[in-house]
Design a protein around this ligand. Structure first.
Ligand code: DX5
Ligand code: ZN
Length: 213
């Protein structure tokens, strides 16, 4: 069954403990968006918030690094409790080296890429990936509109992974809601990230249930 990873970027930071409990009870992962204002044109949050979430989280932390020089911070995110770390292929000089570094810390390694990155260019890295993060919006902000080309890109990448017998999972991130979740799972998504759809909903738990299909 598809896993649901609420993006804490859309949580209520004045009630973070309450929102962490809601995710613990209803979802599968905590998706943590780390933005540095350089790799993407926005700044989110850093270690104090990640460490606070880690103290209360009962599910794995999925850290999505939208930062330059991701290799500098891999060990620190691993120590902060991340069970999965992804970084942007556009941000690394040596993506395969960073993937190996992440795995060497005992954490699952993921490669994230924007909607304009050709999926064919992922081929050399897929064996080093435990998961990939297919962005269905341009990284940087929550609450953006889902980009429709994902409907071609997702099955293309899924069939590449399947035909090579790889175990790499596909996480889809951006503009995901109950309206498209089931179709995304059918098109090959293993993990769905959702920020605003979950946290801006009147009934976050019910929204997560609907997204499981
Ligand atoms: C965007 C982030 C997403 C974002 C998703 O750069 O990677 O994880 O928080 O937010 P929604 O679900 O609101 O598009
Ligand atoms: Zn994200």
């Amino acid at each position: 069954m598809v896993k649901i990873a609420p993006s804490m970027l859309s949580a209520d930071f004045l009630h973070l403990g309450r929102d962490v409990e809601m995710v613990n009870r209803n979802a599968d992962l905590f998706h943590l968006d780390i933005m540095d204002g350089v790799q993407v044109p926005n700044i989110s949050y850093g270690f104090p918030v990640v460490e606070a979430i880690a103290r209360k989280a009962e599910l794995p932390l999925d850290a999505h690094l939208m930062i330059v020089h991701p290799e500098k911070y891999v060990e620190r995110f691993a120590a902060a409790g991340a069970g999965m770390i992804s970084f942007h292929v556009e941000a690394a000089d040596d993506p395969a080296g960073v993937l190996r570094l992440i795995r060497s810390t005992g954490v699952e390694a993921g490669l994230a890429f924007n909607p304009d990155f050709p999926v064919d260019m992922l081929q050399p890295y897929l064996e080093e990936c435990d998961f990939v993060v297919m962005m269905s919006v341009f990284a940087g902000f929550g609450g953006q509109k889902f980009i429709e080309s994902t409907w071609e890109r997702l099955p293309a990448l899924k069939s590449e992974i399947m035909s090579r017998g790889l175990s790499c999972r596909i996480e889809v991130d951006g503009g995901v809601s109950p309206a498209n979740a089931r179709a995304l799972a059918e098109a090959g998504a293993d993990i769905l990230v959702a920020g605003s759809a979950v946290f801006k909903s009147e009934d976050p738990a019910g929204t997560i249930r609907m997204m499981r299909g």
